[in-house]
Write a protein that binds this ligand. Structure first.
Ligand SMILES: O=C(O)CCC(=O)C(=O)O
Length: 251
């Protein structure tokens, strides 16, 4: 279940690692079959937090792992947890989790950013890592994840809050820095199949396009934080659904 030294070195060099077919078909089917339950709920009384696109379609469901068994199980599978502990070199807790829905024809863009562009304001150090579980084929047309290999090595660059492009306030890489850091030849599209899993660093530059295709691009992203990196107090702390105050070590 542990990563080899080669896999760890690759992750550290590129800032991400795509592992093919990591989930079994029963794990994948369980996650997929619970999606309608999560998407169709009309309120957040199940403990999840829902964010909608401007047109009303579901954009994100935060914290599914707290209330839905298939999601609670997958965050602790050793196939994911062991490498995360190797990467972060410590025990971990869940900073947040999110199903990014990106529905056919309706799911909208994630502008270029580093996750730490947001999290730097939450009182944590850049010792977090994300895991994207691919639930549907991720293609050029439906807006697969795009990354700039090795860009995590720069550390965090300046971000600004964009509140107009989508329904969600996104911290994005400053426009004047985009030309400098996002070169056409350095953009990698992470084409992936259901059951593939992408591990990525909190400082990797990434984004994804609008879903222009007739197929959904559902993914489940788990953000793990080192247990010794709990948020210190900040002005205007964000809510628990995005900066969790539950610090249980994942076992
Ligand atoms: O779903 C995607 O394509 C990217 C999501 C993302 O960057 C985020 O949730 O911060």
């Amino acid at each position: 279940m542990d990563w080899s030294q080669d896999q760890l070195e690759q992750y550290n060099k590129d800032g991400y690692l795509l592992v093919k077919n990591l989930l079994s078909s029963s794990e994948l089917n369980a996650l997929k079959s619970d999606l309608p339950l999560l998407f169709d709920a009309t309120d957040d009384s199940d403990g999840a937090h829902r964010i909608r696109e401007k047109n009303g379609a579901i954009r994100q469901v935060m914290l599914a792992h707290r209330g839905v068994e298939s999601y609670a199980n997958i965050i602790r599978t050793p196939k994911i947890l062991n490498p995360i502990k190797q990467i972060l070199k410590n025990d971990v807790y869940i900073y947040h989790s999110k199903i990014n829905a990106k529905e056919s024809f309706e799911g909208t863009v994630w502008l270029w950013h580093q996750d730490y562009g947001y999290w730097q304001y939450d009182g944590v150090k850049p010792n977090l890592a994300s895991v994207m579980i691919v639930l549907d084929p991720a293609t050029i047309n439906n807006g697969c994840l795009m990354i700039v290999k090795g860009s995590h090595k720069r550390g965090v660059v300046n971000h600004y809050p964009d509140e107009v492009t989508t329904s969600y306030k996104q911290w994005c890489i400053e426009k004047k820095l985009l030309q400098k850091y996002i070169k056409e030849e350095n953009i990698t599209h992470l084409l992936a199949s259901p059951g593939d899993v992408i591990f990525f660093d909190c400082n990797i530059m990434h984004g994804s396009s609008h879903n222009m295709s007739p197929i959904n691009r559902h993914t489940f992203i788990i953000v793990y934080n080192s247990i010794d990196n709990k948020p210190v107090s900040v002005a205007n702390p964000r809510p628990d659904w995005v900066v969790s105050r539950q610090f249980d070590i994942v076992k």
